[in-house]
Ligand binder design. Structure first.
Ligand code: SF4
Length: 503
């Protein structure tokens, strides 16, 4: 696909190939532009530019497209997908390395037009604004092909940008210093466009040799920390199980069912059963403990699972309830029983999140006691992320726990459980940087450049953010916008009622 054909678009991903090619949205847009559009090639961050700490600027590298070894600066359109805040380092390195002017304001008539979108636009993509010509919000399947058409039918770079910026879910980047446009609403594609599915299966990805397809999109639940929650992204769109099944190519050895809430699909058991019946391996992107059954666990192990992974998120029942996670400790214990009962499963992994608002030492003690109980049943691995408040969620604006405090809690957990349980924490330091970026406006993009130039380590980021003005309360977006609209309507109603009773 796309190998021989000339293409006006290069799809770029600010992480290495193995990560980018595991992103279903990226793969889907690449497939669509090749099947139905004018053609697209791909480029990724070189592997040796991935480490967080790296001397920079590095010598320029002729950044070439994967398909035709053509410099990415030669393409008319660069379409970039970004999943989360810390990939901004990759954006800076990729653009600078390729010799493309880093800032949108510095590009001229012969430079490519850089359009960005992706999962980050469900929350706060402000960090991208200094670098992109166009930022597109929400789902891309209908927007991107249209934007590409508009650019190709406008010879002049500036008029092409204007044409795309007039689309309902798109804004201009920081083309003029300090000039920003309000965030638009997020695009949501018609159900007829679904499902997204892989263009290519490759052995060199995080999900090696797996054909990816979505049996549903979105989530109808309301976990207060999550950017995929129903009220923020428009809920869940279910597909009849025949649709993903009908798309699996003969050659696929493994099938990955991808989606925010795949285990909420009412036909999940039958779907997994149908896949493993054909002798294929299977993967499910997220398993809810309360949706596991003996049959599902048996089919997952037939499909290659050695370990069952579920999420707890809050580290105590009080916190799970507070986060509206709607998972009971009993369900996690029951999942451990199912794992123990299946001789083909080696163990269980549970995702946890420390540092959520109001968390105390009592919650940490409950986590320790609870997981001792689970460890009596199964071989257990616990992963820990640190809570980062995201815009467009009810917990937006909540403080970060602090690196020292998070490390102290992890140390206590490791001391209590480390002999029996594998503890795999993500770095609280990088969660702190993610928090700083997630809570700021476009100034975080400028700080990111300083951080990358300062070597990209944690101290360099902190120094760069310390140079900024204290945090202003930034955007009105999503839940907040809804709340503001409701408050405005309520005050308008009050005003009308007041006018009616006036003599
Ligand atoms: S955490 Fe999972 S279940 Fe909760 S809203 Fe997000 S995607 Fe849905």
């Amino acid at each position: 696909m796309g190998l021989e054909r000339p293409a006006p678009v290069c799809m770029i991903y600010p992480s290495p190939y193995r990560v980018g090619m595991s992103a279903l949205g990226f793969q889907t847009l690449y497939r669509m532009l090749n099947d139905e559009g004018p053609g697209a090639h791909r480029a990724f961050l070189p592997d040796d530019w991935e480490p967080a700490s790296l001397k920079w600027p590095a010598p320029k590298d002729p950044m070439l497209s994967y398909e035709q070894r053509r410099p990415i600066s030669d393409y008319r359109i660069l379409a970039m997908s970004m999943s989360y805040e810390l990939e901004i380092t990759g954006v800076i390195r990729l653009l600078e390395g390729a010799g493309i002017p880093l800032y949108a304001k510095d590009r001229g008539p012969r430079d490519p037009i850089l359009i960005a979108g992706g999962p980050l636009t469900t929350t706060n993509p402000s960090v991208l604004l200094p670098f992109v010509d166009i930022l597109m919000f929400g789902e891309g399947e209908e927007q991107l092909p249209l934007a590409v058409d508009k650019i190709l039918s406008n010879k002049q770079r500036s008029t092409a940008i204007e044409a795309v910026a007039s689309m309902p879910h798109a804004i201009r980047g920081e083309l003029e210093p300090g000039h920003f446009e309000p965030f638009p609403t997020q695009a949501k594609v018609d159900k007829s466009v679904l499902p997204a599915y892989s263009a290519i299966t490759t052995p060199n990805t995080e999900l090696a040799d797996m054909f990816l397809v979505e049996p549903e999109r979105g989530c109808s639940r309301q976990c207060t920390f999550c950017v995929m929650r129903g009220p923020s992204t428009g809920g869940m769109r279910l597909l009849d199980m025949k649709e993903p099944l009908g798309l699996i190519p003969e050659t696929a050895k493994r099938v990955g069912l991808v989606g925010a809430a795949v285990t909420d699909h009412p036909k999940l058991e039958e779907l997994v059963d149908s896949i493993v019946q054909t002798g294929r391996g299977v993967g499910v992107s997220s398993l809810r403990a309360d949706r596991l059954t003996p049959e599902l666990v048996a089919n997952l192990t037939r499909g290659g699972y050695k370990q069952i992974t579920v999420a707890s998120d809050g580290i105590s029942q009080r916190l799970r309830d507070q986060l509206q996670r709607r998972i009971k400790g009993e369900s996690i214990l029951r999942a451990a029983d199912l794992v123990r009962a299946d001789p083909n499963v080696r163990g269980m992994k549970v995702y946890n999140m420390i540092g959520v608002p109001s968390e105390t030492e009592d919650d940490v003690d409950e986590l320790i006691a609870f997981n001792q109980e689970i460890a009596d049943k199964v071989r257990l691995t616990l992963t820990f992320s640190t809570f980062v408040a995201k815009q467009n969620t009810p917990l937006d604006g909540q403080p970060f726990i602090g690196v020292k405090e998070a490390e102290a809690r992890l140390k206590k957990i490791r001391k209590a459980l480390g002999k029996r349980v594998q503890i795999r924490p993500q770095s609280p330091r990088w969660a702190h940087i993610e928090y700083l970026v997630a809570q700021r406006g476009a100034e975080s993009g400028h700080a990111a450049v300083q951080a990358v130039y300062g070597g990209g380590g944690y101290r360099a980021w902190i120094k760069a953010f310390e140079r900024l003005e204290p945090l202003p309360r930034p955007l009105v977006f999503g839940d907040e916008a809804l709340k503001a609209r409701r408050a405005r309507r309520a005050s308008e109603r009050e005003e009308k009622a007041r006018l009616r009773v006036l003599p």
